[in-house]
Design a protein. Structure first.
Length: 310
């Protein structure tokens, strides 16, 4: 597998798309068997996501391994703990060594039986042989149809003097965006980034730059760095319905700010009571797909400390 640019990958399934870290099984969620994604299926048919060769079919017919024409190896695994069904409820239409074209039917499954007899009907697409530091990033969702682009396999970015270092806008527990408690954010629908569960209720400018937009709902603010990078800081999930209640701004549109300047404060207790979550987001809305966000660490972080690089 020799690539220097992101590899687009289509969904073999139709349904609700999720990052592998949300999988209802610890081994998959912790990427013990590889990175990837999964879909809660709406249909019972699995299709070839690209031109591929079938490398193996499990005797229990609940999983099938393939190699794409570009050499990417992937595994399609239907359901959690479906090996216990011993093949019941599965019909496979391909065999080892067979060449398949994108859109070819690979197998069907009895969704009702799986829901009754197994742990979950989650359909998983794994990449078990990715080189070290490669990453699978969703680029669609939450709903996806078989054959549509679901993810991109991103090669690692090497740190260099030109790499961006970005700092925490608040104090609290730092997490990658893929762990956000809402699929709209964890699927990176508006861009990649990170979030912090705050232990203090103030957001500060994470770097020198300027304010270019304050959201009407007063729960978010658009920013530019001095070199033109665009990012958004948002307080909470579902806080748009608060219509500005509980938020106080200290800056205005067009204002130049320095790292550490106070941007806004928020009523954390009110948000926890009236919104979905108090998670504070930093999302980079115009990064090219080859720019991967790397956390400097996970866990407690203080305002102004290095949070991510890319």
């Amino acid at each position: 597998m020799e690539h220097e640019s992101p590899i687009p990958f289509n969904s073999p399934f139709t349904g609700e798309l999720h990052p592998i870290t949300d999988a209802p099984d610890e081994a998959f969620a912790q990427k013990m068997t590889g990175d990837g994604f999964f879909v809660y299926p709406e249909e019972n048919t699995v299709y070839a996501p690209c031109d591929s060769e079938v490398t193996f079919v499990f005797d229990t017919r609940h999983a099938i391994g393939l190699t794409a024409a570009d050499g990417t190896e992937y595994l399609l695994h239907i359901g959690i703990d479906t090996v216990r069904l011993q093949g019941k409820g599965f019909t496979v239409f391909a065999e080892s060594g067979q060449h398949v074209k994108k859109g070819d039917r690979l197998l069907t499954f009895d969704k009702k039986l799986i829901c009754e007899k197994a742990t979950s009907d989650a359909c998983i697409c794994l990449f078990p042989e990715l080189p070290e530091h490669w990453e699978v990033r969703l680029c669609a969702g939450p709903r996806i149809a078989a054959g549509e682009e679901a993810a991109r396999i991103i090669p690692p970015s090497s740190p260099s003097p030109q790499s961006h270092i970005f700092y925490a806008p608040c104090t609290g527990m730092l997490h990658p965006l893929s762990e956000a408690p809402d699929p709209f954010y964890s699927h990176k629908s508006t861009g990649d980034g990170f979030f912090i569960y705050p232990s203090e209720s103030i957001l500060y400018a994470p770097c020198d730059g300027s304010v270019f937009f304050i959201f009407e709902e007063k729960n978010a603010i658009g920013m530019h760095t001095t070199d033109g990078l665009e990012y958004m800081l948002q307080v909470g999930i579902g806080t748009d319905v608060l219509n500005g209640k509980g938020f106080t701004f200290y800056v205005k549109d067009g204002q130049t700010v320095r790292k550490g300047d106070r941007l806004l404060s928020f009523d954390d207790a009110y948000i926890k009571t009236h919104a979905q979550s108090n998670a504070c987001f930093c999302i980079f809305t115009d990064l090219p797909p080859e720019n991967v966000i790397h956390l400097k660490h996970q866990g407690f972080i203080q305002t102004g400390q290095e949070a991510v690089w890319f």
